[in-house]
Design a protein around this ligand. Structure first.
Ligand SMILES: [Zn+2]
Length: 293
């Protein structure tokens, strides 16, 4: 298989996967996404395989937030969290089988850094070093830091990954809440500031996922990042703006509309293309059909 870094640095389009939580629930899995790795490994595997069949070039391990900091906040057992992490990587590596890129999802802590929250930078760094060390035992093509809304936390996770496993590239994806300053996170970090920091600190790619912006909105974030750095750019939006309907949050963009809106992100320079909340294997199949030809 081609080397992941060569592929992304060469400017090739790489199709990433989409939302996992809802898909696993539909397949009969648990509401708690990470719990599926231990309780329903066959459902996690099935979800990955649906994305592979849809045309994903990469599989993202089902390890979102499986770190000590998040576990402590949720009152979860640390060992159980580490077992779920290992199980997830086993499953994802089996599905990839050296034919698809394996991305190791890492972060966030779910805790705001002091003084806004209780997050202690040193403790978070330690927790992410431990997680990176456990994950580096698997044949990862890259770490994927995603759904982080604070650049400071993102930089702590990035530092932990690079310190523990400098041979593994790191993709850094922040979550945006508005288009102020050319795209801006809840903490006020601008897209340009994030891109410059990612390049300076040694990330292999930078981009955005989830949040309150549509794929079309995210084109502005991608354009701001393109102007601020030369790194490959990644985009995994939700299937539209999250909307409340009854007690549920829904995402309204159907697969074809989603793929169509992503054209603006592609035109702005994004080449790692996938989805987040509300996206399904159908959304990824539509992306693959349109951007991989
Ligand atoms: Zn999301």
């Amino acid at each position: 298989m081609a080397n992941f870094i060569d592929v992304i640095n060469g400017g090739a389009t790489v199709i990433l996967d989409g939302g996992m939580g809802t898909l696993m629930q539909q397949l009969g899995g648990s509401l708690k996404s990470g719990e599926n790795n231990l309780l329903h490994p066959q459902i996690v595997e099935r979800a990955h395989r649906l994305y592979a069949e849809a045309g994903s070039d990469a599989i993202t391990s089902n390890t979102f937030s499986l770190n000590a900091a998040y576990a402590a906040k949720q009152g979860e057992d640390k060992q159980k969290t580490e077992d779920a992490l290992a199980a997830a990587l086993e499953i994802a590596a089996t599905v990839c089988d050296g034919k698809l890129f394996l991305l190791g999802d890492i972060g966030p802590s779910g805790e705001m850094l002091a003084p806004l929250g209780k997050g202690d930078p040193e403790q978070l760094y330690e927790a992410f070093c431990r997680q990176a060390e456990l994950m580096a035992a698997y044949p990862l093509d890259a770490f994927l830091i995603e759904t982080v809304f604070d650049l400071k936390e993102a930089q702590i996770i990035l530092r932990a990954c690079l310190d523990i496993a400098p041979q593994i590239p790191v993709l850094l994806s922040l979550t945006f809440s508005s288009l102020k300053k050319g795209g801006c996170t809840m903490m006020g970090n601008s897209a340009a500031q994030i891109a410059a920091a990612a390049a300076q600190q040694g990330a292999a790619a930078v981009g955005a996922n989830c949040g309150d912006l549509t794929p079309a909105d995210y084109a502005q974030v991608i354009a701001s990042m393109r102007a601020a750095c030369e790194l490959p750019l990644l985009i995994q939006p939700n299937a539209g703006k999250p909307q409340r309907q009854g007690g549920e949050i829904i995402y309204s963009l159907a697969a074809a509309e989603f793929a169509q809106e992503m054209a603006s992100c592609y035109a702005a320079g994004a080449r790692l293309l996938g989805g987040c909340c509300g996206t399904t294997p159908e959304h990824i199949a539509a992306l693959a059909a349109r951007y991989k030809g």
